[in-house]
Design a protein around this ligand. Structure first.
Ligand SMILES: O=C1C[C@@](O)(C(=O)O)C[C@@H](O)[C@@H]1O
Length: 154
């Protein structure tokens, strides 16, 4: 069964201690453990990563695109953090490397500051999960896996 990638952007390494009233008390390691329990039960491999660096995230998306083209990955669950609202480079990587992408946000970005309402990624994502706390990662994984089963690749 193809790999499901989960990629986290800047400051998500601080989950658990960062603004817990917004992002909750679970750490990124807790989230990874929950994701792994789910992907194990679905029969998919999981690669779960985090970087604060935009260029590293671009490199990973390009790598994932190659794996998807080769049939060894389904796509990516992507919480790009603040780069969501700023990064044309991440959007270009998703499009240029043809990466099936589910955009995730722990918080409901639309109920927050105006600058969080715009996403460069949403128009090129296949789906978006927003505001369900850290449980949103599992919802997104289910969505990506379901889409894979449905035969709608790429
Ligand atoms: O870093 C983050 C986290 C976030 O992506 C979320 O998961 O709710 C929302 C972004 O606006 C913010 O910059």
């Amino acid at each position: 069964m193809p790999t499901i990638h989960v990629v986290n952007g800047p400051n998500l390494n601080l989950l658990g201690t960062r603004e817990p009233e917004v992002y909750g008390h679970e750490t990124l390691a807790d989230v990874e453990a929950r994701c792994r329990t789910l992907t194990d039960s679905l029969g998919h491999a999981l690669v779960f990563r985090q970087s604060n660096s935009e260029g590293t995230l671009v490199d990973w998306l390009q790598d994932i695109g190659r794996e998807v083209a080769a049939g060894s990955a389904l796509g990516v669950v992507l919480n790009a953090g603040a780069y969501t609202h700023t990064s044309v480079a991440l959007r270009d990587a998703i499009v240029g490397a043809s990466v099936p992408t589910i955009e995730v946000h722990v918080s409901n970005v639309h109920a927050r500051e105006e600058f969080r309402h715009h996403s460069y990624l949403s128009p090129v994502a296949i789906g978006i999960v927003v505001g369900f706390g850290t449980g949103g990662y599992e919802l997104a994984i289910r969505g990506l896996a379901e889409r894979g089963r449905d035969g709608r690749g790429g």
